[in-house]
Design a protein around this ligand. Structure first.
Ligand code: ZN
Length: 213
């Protein structure tokens, strides 16, 4: 059984997209004395999924009670591996470089796995995307599998990374932070992940610099 979530802080979802918030779950990624892991166990992963609304509370409760410790450890490890391949590719893109082939292969493996764990179903009118009866994909019988969070995150990542939104992904201007976010500002001028955290930090630094001149 996974641990309860009591007393744990909530995730800062300032990335504007769940896949970017997921990358940001390795905090201070570029800090000299090492990053801080915010996904410490499977319960954290479930908590992240619920906060980003990728899973609802009913699905989270079911996974928390049905997942055995071994599957929880394996899923967390895979989720972090997928996250790091995504992070490497996204930071390369932000810096104007192509990603390494090895990271693309890792993503390919997880994206394939996600699409291989969906059921094809006949959807009645009203429940389909266009309101007409037809075939549609859903998680179906895979919904109770411990790896569901991993597949959903992989699918979310693949949708983002193959969309036009890729052009609007930026890294926070604070060097130790560099959290990723989707710049949806009118003039594409957003510079900080979270104005309250990094924006203020930079403003304070500039204020200090001015007064030291
Ligand atoms: Zn920041």
């Amino acid at each position: 059984m996974a641990k309860t979530n009591e007393g744990r802080p909530s995730y800062d979802l300032c990335g504007g997209h769940p896949a970017l918030d997921f990358v940001n779950s390795l905090n201070n990624r570029f800090r000299e004395n090492g990053p801080t892991e915010l996904l410490t166990d499977y319960a954290d992963l479930l908590r992240f999924m619920e906060q980003t609304k990728l899973l609802d509370s009913r699905q989270v409760r079911r996974l928390a009670s049905s997942t055995n410790p071994g599957a929880a450890v394996r899923t967390l490890r895979s989720a972090r591996e997928m996250r790091e391949a995504m992070a490497a590719a996204l930071y390369a893109s932000v810096d104007g470089r192509p990603p390494l082939a090895t990271d693309v292969r890792t993503l390919e493996r997880y994206f394939h796995s996600a699409s291989g764990h969906r059921e094809l179903r006949w959807v009645q009118s009203g429940k389909s995307a266009n309101g007409q009866p037809g075939l549609g994909w859903d998680w179906g019988r895979f919904e109770t599998n411990a790896e569901l969070p991993l597949w959903i995150l992989s699918q979310t990542a693949s949708q983002l990374m193959m969309s036009d939104a890729m052009q609007r992904i930026r890294a926070c201007g604070v060097e130790t932070c560099r959290w990723l976010f989707l710049d949806t500002s009118k003039n594409h001028t957003r510079r900080w992940c979270n104005m309250k955290v990094c924006g203020n930090r930079m403003k304070a630094r500039r204020f200090q610099a001015r007064h030291e001149e």
